[in-house]
Design a binder for this molecule. Structure first.
Ligand SMILES: NC(=O)c1ccc[n+]([C@@H]2O[C@H](COP(=O)([O-])OP(=O)(O)OC[C@H]3O[C@@H](n4cnc5c(N)ncnc54)[C@H](OP(=O)(O)O)[C@@H]3O)[C@@H](O)[C@H]2O)c1
Length: 258
């Protein structure tokens, strides 16, 4: 199954969880991990999309399963963790990718809408990391936890107060978990994608005026594709990143340094 890549990136024998792994960035990372040899468990809410993701991984010759999971629910995450361990015996890599944002008026933003985004993006990352870390420590340590944050951690984000706050908090959570878990040989990092053309970005990509403004500010002169996140996911999930922890890595075509 593994392509001809140096063994330091080889994920053969590892079991990886990807929350929100049934489409977009999560699916691209799940496919990448499977190509590098990992068994992948997809945790998302839409069961038919989960099944399609498992089929796509199987079509590559990979091994995968899925669990219906709502990461904002503690019971759901606890159960997903237990079912994945039951199915595959262990979890070596946990990618907390599930997340969303909805543009809103900053002054009219209701507490309910604020909390809805925080509970998926931030609570979901916390619960996923907590449950998987508990398992990793119980089986003697060693593992990888990876959050998908956003480059909005670095900027003020117009009409995205709740989304930006959730991603900023994920950065702080990752650094704190990194400090707590290093003695168990568990590395914890986050990825900050730039503008990646998934379903959620379609309205922006399709709007010529807005997309031209963004592309003029992007040194790579294109939007990212979900598969642009594959390499960093493999690196952070593999032995290659064994001394790399507490970091946030930008994958944005240079947007944030221009
Ligand atoms: N696209 C970008 O430009 C961009 C930029 C920066 C950061 N990001 C981040 O990258 C991550 C993935 O984004 P994307 O663009 O790939 O989004 P997407 O295409 O909308 O996919 C979101 C994924 O999250 C899952 N999900 C949403 N709520 C969930 C919940 N409560 N429990 C479990 N799964 C849930 C969805 O599956 P179900 O609906 O089936 O549950 C889906 O698989 C997000 O954290 C996003 O904030 C994206």
């Amino acid at each position: 199954m593994s392509e001809r890549i140096p063994s330091i990136f080889d994920l053969e024998g590892r079991v990886a969880v990807v929350t929100g792994g049934n489409r977009g960035i999560g699916l691209a990372m799940a496919l990448g991990l499977a190509r590098a040899g990992a068994t992948v468990s997809v945790w998302s809410r839409d069961e038919s999309k989960n099944a399609q993701a498992v089929e796509a991984i199987a079509a590559l010759g990979g091994r995968a399963g899925s669990v219906r999971c709502d990461v904002s629910s503690e019971d759901s995450v606890v159960e997903a963790c237990a079912r994945t361990i039951e199915q595959f015996g262990r979890i070596d890599v946990g990618i907390a990718n599930a997340g969303f944002g909805v543009y809103h008026d900053p002054i009219e933003l209701s507490l309910e809408r604020w909390q809805r985004v925080l509970s998926t993006n931030l609570d979901g990352t916390f619960l996923t990391f907590r449950e998987i870390a508990k398992h990793m420590i119980e089986r003697g340590g060693s593992g990888k936890l990876i959050a998908v944050s956003s480059m909005v951690e670095l900027f003020g984000a117009p009409k995205q107060l709740n989304y930006a706050a959730s991603k900023g908090a994920i950065g702080a959570l990752v650094r704190s978990y990194a400090v707590e878990l290093a003695r168990h040989d568990i590395q914890v990092n986050s990825i900050q994608p730039g503008w990646i053309s998934t379903e959620v970005l379609e309205p922006i990509v399709d709007d010529e005026k807005t997309s031209n403004v963004l592309l003029a500010r992007t040194p790579a002169r294109r939007f990212g594709e979900p598969r642009d996140l594959e390499g960093i996911a493999i690196y952070l999930a593999s032995e290659a990143s064994r001394y790399h922890t507490g970091d946030s890595i930008r994958i944005d075509g240079g947007y944030s340094v221009f």
